[in-house]
Design a protein around this ligand. Structure first.
Ligand SMILES: Nc1ncnc2c1ncn2[C@@H]1O[C@H](COP(=O)(O)OP(=O)(O)OP(=O)(O)O)[C@@H](O)[C@H]1O
Ligand SMILES: [Mg+2]
Length: 277
């Protein structure tokens, strides 16, 4: 049965979408069947993979409120093991539209649970808030990954975020696991990045991912071409970091190297990533 992983942090611009897209894509490159669910009305996770929602087309919003079945909202990407459900602006209205509905916080769970048999991992990209959309994503999920940007104010809001997850766990969803923090926009030349890494490590304990994602201009450029980093520049440092992150993600889940060594690039460029061992 597939695992549902939510990528969340209420702070804006910390690398949630970049991590959702490229972790999902890296896992697909490592032979895992993956579904990426764009659950942010900004729609960046879909558009970052070249998938847009035209007028009349259905999105994660229509899937959530049960007016479109999975077949109508799922889209293919450039990697045959990665599918995506794109988002559209209507999703912003869901926060208020659903307020009076019973079970409003468990609507996404209801529609995603049946998909577990089709995918190894379902990854949800969240908006920068702790509203009803993020709550739905957390209720649907088994585990939470939290991107933390390496900057002076990194810790601000993190305590609030963690205590919110703890409350959801305590009162609504006891099985929810904190998978851990991922350091993003890490600059190894800056002491600040190292300090943030240490501070975040203290905060998350051994749950912090050992692979930091470097600040890498190619990662910032790729979405404007509607491409993951593995299509745009598979040899860059950012691509390598997301592969390492995906390997760490799989290792935490007990995967063996022979399950993912059979690495295939869809873009055609042969790249020698370090697979360890
Ligand atoms: N490792 C990186 N190196 C350089 N730029 C990055 C990196 N990660 C993300 N960015 C850029 O930083 C900006 C914010 O990233 P992203 O959209 O992933 O954050 P987010 O948390 O999803 O934002 P939001 O809260 O608005 O949804 C984007 O312009 C993105 O291209
Ligand atoms: Mg985002």
């Amino acid at each position: 049965m597939g695992e549902i992983v939510v990528v969340a942090n209420q702070k804006g611009g910390v690398g949630k979408t970049t991590t959702s897209i490229n972790l999902a894509y890296a896992l697909a490159c490592l032979n895992q069947e993956v579904l990426l669910v764009d659950f942010d009305p900004q729609g960046n996770a879909g558009s970052g993979l070249g998938v847009t929602v035209a007028d009349g087309e259905k999105s994660s919003y229509h899937f959530l409120i049960n007016v479109a079945p999975f077949e109508q909202v799922v889209r293919q990407t450039s990697n045959e093991l990665l599918d995506v459900i794109p988002a559209c602006k209507n999703l912003a209205g869901a926060e208020t539209e659903l307020v009076n509905i019973r079970g409003r916080e468990a609507m996404l769970k209801k529609v995603l649970d049946p998909l577990r048999s089709m995918y190894k991992y379902i990854i949800i990209d969240c908006p920068p808030s702790l509203g009803l959309l993020t709550l739905n994503a957390m209720m649907a999920a088994d585990s939470v990954i939290t991107p933390v940007q390496c900057e002076y104010y990194a810790m601000e809001g993190l305590a609030h975020f963690i205590s919110t997850v703890a409350k959801i766990k305590q009162f609504l969803h006891p099985q929810l696991k904190m998978d851990g923090g991922v350091l993003t926009m890490f600059d190894s030349r800056m002491n600040l990045s190292k300090q943030v890494f240490e501070e975040v490590s203290r905060f998350f304990g051994n749950q912090v991912y050992k692979t930091p994602i470097p600040r890498n201009i190619r990662l910032a450029e790729a979405p404007s071409f509607g491409q993951s980093i593995f299509d745009y520049d598979p040899a860059c440092r950012g691509a390598n970091a997301y592969i390492q992150l995906a390997i760490e993600f799989l290792a935490r889940r007990g995967a063996k190297a022979e399950d993912y060594r059979n690495f295939q690039m869809t873009g055609g460029t042969a790249v020698n990533y370090d697979f360890g061992g």
